[in-house]
Design a protein around this ligand. Sequence first.
Ligand code: ADP
Ligand code: MG
Length: 274
Amino acid sequence: ETDQVPHAHPRILALANQKGGVGKTTTAINLGTALAAIGERVLIVDLDPQGNASTGLGIDRRNRSCSTYDVLIGEAPLREAVVSTAVPRLHIAPSTMDLSGLELELGTTAGRAFKLRDAIGALNNNVSPESDYTYVLIDCPPSLNLLTVNAMAASDAILVPLQCEFFALEGLSQLLQTVEQVRSTLNPNLSIHGIVLTMFDSRNNLSNQVVADVRQFMGEKVYKTMIPRNVRISEAPSYGKPVLVYDLKCVGSEAYLRLATEVIQRERELRVTH
Ligand code: ADP
Ligand code: MG
């Protein structure tokens, strides 16, 4: 007999957009922090060889002796790569440059697209409340390569950060096409969780026009919360801190807290309708 609550699966969300510099990593770090701040147990999986999410959370090289590379290549369970951060309930599996060689190393091996899915699947099997995550956020690299395909194959849904700039919509259809492909081949349950508009500047007419276009094109999929362009957000990573730790009161922190509330709200609605 046991009073152990059965281990629920974590919700697995990938931050994806093949464009670089649109706010994927910033959103992984700060949405993760905001979710942890309101009580969720969050694991960030750094799937970008650049390792910006790891650096931005203050994980130095010495703490990356076991990384997502070791996990995907099959040499370590995900649990072994996980390190805690300065934020309670927020953990990260860091990455190193090794990860950039993964595609070549895995070659055409069977199941190479499911390495991350299987690693996450094995995560909550051991009885350790510490690692019993409610959210896994995957920070993808800026391309639609095997790493991003692994993230999509492992995820319940995709969260797309979209920068409020002129070419914002251009790459979106290609991304949606890839999601569709993954849905029809690797992961029939994959959905688009939402699109988050980043680096919004209300004084900029172009920013406002992009917002109008994206909302018209994607409708309800676009979160109400927009992340403003905010200098505190861009300063925080050089201190190895999420903006919510660096400056809780700034507009950037407030926006990420609102986004977290909206993400959780959307999760509730999904649970009701399914
Ligand atoms: P990606 O992971 O998509 O490549 P990043 O999250 O690394 O993009 O963001 C790219 C750059 O823009 C980083 O230097 C980051 O600090 C900055 N940045 C991201 N979001 C904001 C924002 N809302 N306001 C100001 N700077 C931002
Ligand atoms: Mg990034």
